[in-house]
Write a protein of this length. Structure first.
Length: 252
């Protein structure tokens, strides 16, 4: 068990599938209370039904690209949890497009969700954390794509590079207010999002060629990193980007 997570209120955007859902499960195991947001109403209801069987959990539909939805999500989370002690800023999208074929609408949607949405959720939660003086933890979802370019993902790479710099700037400004801010940089993880982008054979080939540990990541691997960074065990980790990639970025 991680120190300092028992009883904490945890808001998770993009918390209804993949890494977000695994993270909600992990925080419930740690004794936290969780409130999840997701863009699909049916998925939200299914996730909440599963999570509520494990511990105190609720959620609602919210599109982080909408400032109105973000405000509603944070208000509902604060109402349910009493206070948001930890924000897991996890919502995101990804799709493939060659740079010369990338259209402005796809670019705009990716930036709106992955970067603007992350800013909107973080700002709304940080305002409350700062107002009551109780501090807190904000963890943003970046990617190994924030650290290097990958073909057919210019829009995604740019959005995640922005998240990395957003995290660093938030850390500089919010640290004096007692709010710790970090980001995760996962590599290739077996999620519904990535399953839509790659075949089973591509998963195996990618792991063989690019990941020294010889397998793709599991959502639970990333959930564990989120829990660590939110815990008191990470009390002096701030403004950092924790890479969780099985050695992927170590390969030349």
């Amino acid at each position: 068990m991680m120190r300092g997570l028992d009883g904490k209120g945890v808001l998770i955007s993009g918390g209804t599938s993949g890494i977000g859902l695994a993270t909600a499960r992990r925080f419930l195991e740690e004794g936290s209370r969780v409130f999840v947001g997701g863009v699909d109403e049916v998925e939200v209801k299914a996730a909440v039904a599963e999570l509520a069987s494990l511990g105190p959990a609720d959620g609602m539909r919210a599109d982080v690209g909408s400032e109105e939805d973000v405000r509603a999500l944070v208000d509902a989370g604060e109402s349910e949890l009493g206070r948001v002690d930890v924000l897991i800023n996890n919502a995101g999208v990804a799709d493939k497009a060659k740079f010369l074929d990338l259209d402005a609408a796809t670019w705009d949607r990716t930036i709106a969700i992955n970067l603007r949405g992350m800013f909107l959720v973080a700002r709304a939660v940080a305002e409350s954390m700062a107002a009551d003086g109780g501090g807190g933890v904000i963890l943003n979802m970046a990617s190994t794509n924030a650290l290097g370019g990958e073909e057919e993902f210019a829009h995604y790479n740019a959005s995640k590079g922005g998240v990395l710099q957003l995290t660093r700037t938030m850390a500089v400004e919010l640290g004096p207010l007692g709010i710790r801010v970090n980001c995760l940089c996962p590599g290739f993880v077996d999620t519904p999002l990535n399953r839509a982008l790659a075949s089973e054979n591509e998963f195996r080939e990618y792991a063989r060629a690019r990941i020294p540990l010889g397998r793709v990541g599991r959502p639970e691997d990333v959930a564990a990193a989120y829990a660590f960074l939110a815990s008191d065990d990470a009390a002096f980790i701030h403004g950092a980007a924790l890479v969780v990639d099985g050695g992927q970025t170590a390969v030349m």
